[in-house]
Structure formats: structure tokens, C-alpha cells
Design a protein around this ligand. Sequence first.
Ligand SMILES: *Cc1c(COP(=O)(O)O)cnc(C)c1O
Length: 350
Amino acid sequence: MSADSSLLPVIDLRSDTVTRPTPAMLAAMMAAPVGDDVYEEDPTVRRLEEAAAARFGLEAGLFCPSGTMTNQIAIKAHTEPLSEVICEQTAHVYLWEVGGIAFHSGASVALLAGNRGRLTAAQVEAAIRPENIHYPTTRLVSLENTHNRGGGSCYSWDDLVAISEVAKRHGLARHLDGARIFNALVATGQRSEDYGQVFDSISVCLSKGLGAPVGSVLLGSADFIKKTKRIRKVMGGGMRQAGYIAAAGLYALENNVARLADDHRRATRLAETLRQQPYVAEVLNPETNLVIFRLQDSQPAAEFLQGLEQQGIRASSFGPQWIRFVTHLDVDDAGLARVEEALQQVAQLV
Ligand SMILES: *Cc1c(COP(=O)(O)O)cnc(C)c1O
């Protein structure tokens, strides 16, 4: 097996960001009508922003280069210095955006410990600061669905409604980091159109499971998006003939959503295979396309990853002894079979 594996394409399970555009997506990109989007003259960008907003029951959208940018712009628009954002302690907006909340917004964070990244309405309510000169002013609740560090976990609709009601009662804005919101929608059967009722802003990544090469879109009310457009400009995110990449996002919204169920099925199968391996101590039950698992202490993580690499399979370390596998558009059933075989081979090495 290892002798031949150099001839086989690499199976990259590090992230769902690694996908390459398909010929059909590239054709859609090449055919896109474009204009200067800083002058608001790019028809394809406008189509993408409008289509995404309509899908989530919101008025307007803002196309940006990355999900980090859409999240950080939203947080800046909802807060001001001396205010505070409530989020989970492993939230992407806090942990993996370079401390951007402090840098861009001068805001404080109230970090809560969730259940696989999910907060409850009671936790959120308890974290709201009372009026007191010593405290920052709580302004925003930021949730993540699916939750990345929680292993692709999904919120129930009831919990989203309950958190939204707490936020509204206390006058807080509600942001969703929906980098993988379509995975959550496909897994739970929730309706995207309802999300505009429980969030004031939503960030959606087009370059994760949806398979576009670049781009995220921030959604909200028309007034909110007008405000965020200036923030995008000061961050250097105003793009010109961006319709070429927006076309990939439109293509992804129209063609690559329902197939996420295949990624989820493959993630579940990988979790079952991992549970049978003697070197695996624990596997978080995959709810969507992320499989997070912990190796036995006797199995060094670096050696495990190297063993996989020798079989042409890439994965990422996710903390001491923790590994993450991500299924996506470029991993089919034949690829899955190769990963399963490699997991058995690695077992023989350890
Ligand atoms: C990937 C991701 C983002 C955005 O990442 P970019 O690489 O900046 O596009 C935001 N939130 C979550 C939960 C993510 O997984």
C-alpha cells in the first residue's frame, strides 16, 4: 500500500477549505458579468448578496474575502469601545481571529463554557453585565453554528429562539458565525429563512463545505449593511471586479448545498472506523462534517499524522492528542475507503 500511495492523489482531511473549483464552477466564474464593486457596479456581486440575504430572511448582504473579515466587521458594527461581546470560550471569533475583537473593536469578551460550543439562554442571561461604572456594557451575543471546536455541533431551534429572546429582552444585538451554517441546516432540517428572525447579522462562508475558492458574505438589515460597507473599506476589503469570485459563491449556493449530506454520512462512517481502532481513546459524535478524536496517551500524535501522511492522507492536530478530520467535496467514497484502509495500516505500525 505505502509503495503505491505516492501515485494516488493526496486526500486532504485538514479542512473543508482545501477544495478546488470544479470545471462547472470555473465556467460560471468565467462567464460572470462584472463591474467595479466599490462603485457598486458589479452585477454578480449584487446578485450573490441579494440571493444570500433572501435565503436567510434578511434584507442585504456584503461580500468579503474571508469569514474572519465578515465576523470582525459585524462585531465592530454592533459594539463600541468599553462594550462587551458574549461568546463561547472556544468560539472562532475569539480563539482563531488573532484577537481581532480587541484590535478592531476595542471591546471586551465574556467567555462562557458551552456544551461542545453551544450556549444556553440561561448562561447568556447570567453573563449580561448589570449597570455599574466598573463594568463594560454588554452589547452583543455571538453564536457559532455549526461549532467548529465543538466538532461540528448544531444548535437546536428551540435554543436559538430562547437565546434570541433573552438578547432582545436586554437590548443586545445577535450575531451568528455561520461559517458552516449550511451544514447545520442540512443536518437539522431547520429553514434558512427563519434565521433572520433570531439573528441581526449572519456570516456565511462560501469557501468551506460549499466549495467556492474564496469568499464569505455578511447578512443583515439594509441599514446595518450600509454601516458595514464603510468598515470593510477601512479594513482594505473593498474589491473591484469581484464578480468573478462571487460567481463561484452563487454557483455553490445553487449546486452544493444538498450534497453536504454526503459529507455528513462519510464523517459518521469515519467516526465508526476510528472507534474500532485500539489507538483511539475517544471520538466526539459527529453531527455534521467534522470528526474530532483523541489518541491514546501511548500513541504520539505526531507519529500518527506522519503514518497517515505516508499513506497520502493529511489531517490536522487539534490540541495535545486531539486530531480533526474534515469531510468535503473533494473526498468521495473511494477516498473514504483509502482513509479507512490507512487507519488500519497505522494500527499495525503502533
Ligand atoms: C473558517 C471559519 C471562519 C472564517 O475563516 P476564514 O478562514 O477567515 O474564512 C469563521 N468561523 C468559523 C467557525 C470557521 O470555521
